[in-house]
Design a protein around this ligand. Structure first.
Ligand SMILES: [Zn+2]
Length: 220
């Protein structure tokens, strides 16, 4: 049994939950956590590619180093492993990444509409506006650059014509941020459809962003 058994179980549980919740269909999406081995080296545990999550068990989860070299698991890792690694490299305090194909986030990804800061919980959980990473092919280096850059210091981002991605200090937080992103997208789409959107008052936005930076900022 792997020393990472409980981490692999958490990754698999989150992947199954995102299917049940309708955040992805079939074998899409991917979930990872950052691991640290006894030498203090960063590793990743990530879902494998092209498999129905209900048919997998923990031994199918892939463990790899930050160069992408597979250390555990028989199946190839998700094709977005380099995207997950790029985010872990750019964001020291992020320890979990979840990439989904949600319905409402998907609408905005197709329309190319970013979400301004409209709700208190959006700002305190996700960090403010939801940006859109310009389109690049799945699995490409360009996609890694586009997503890391559009995510910036925040906890969620939309991928143009593709889906969404959320991060957290642990897997539970990353999952909550996926839910928060989809809820925010749904609210914004309904508000746009009803043709009236009021932004958050600037004073509230400033306070909430200060709180977010205190919680999630990389500089402390
Ligand atoms: Zn995808």
């Amino acid at each position: 049994m792997s020393v990472w058994e409980s981490e692999k179980q958490s990754v698999l549980d989150a992947a199954r939950k995102m299917v049940q919740q309708g955040f992805v269909v079939g074998t899409s999406g991917n979930v990872s956590v950052r691991l640290r081995d006894t030498d203090g080296r960063d590793l990743i545990a990530i879902t494998p590619t092209g498999c129905h999550y209900d048919l997998l068990n923990t031994s199918d989860m892939v463990v790899a180093d930050f160069d992408g070299v597979r250390l555990e698991g028989e199946i190839s890792p998700s094709i977005e492993m380099m995207l997950h690694l790029g985010i872990y490299r750019a964001r020291n305090r992020v320890n979990a990444v979840i990439h989904t194909h949600p319905a409402f986030g998907g609408v905005l990804s197709v329309m190319g509409i970013e979400i301004p800061s409209i709700l208190d919980d959006q700002v305190t959980y996700l960090g403010g506006d939801i940006k859109i990473a310009p389109y690049a092919l799945p699995g490409s280096k360009e996609l890694v650059q586009n997503v890391v850059s559009a995510l910036g210091p925040r906890n969620a981002v939309i991928l143009a014509n593709h889906g969404a991605l959320a991060v957290g200090r642990d897997l539970r937080e990353a999952y909550t941020n996926c839910e928060m992103l989809e809820k925010t997208a749904r609210t914004y789409i309904y508000a746009l459809a009803l043709k009236k959107v009021n932004l958050l008052p600037p004073e509230a936005l400033e306070l909430e962003q200060a709180y977010f930076n205190y919680q999630f900022g990389e500089d402390h």
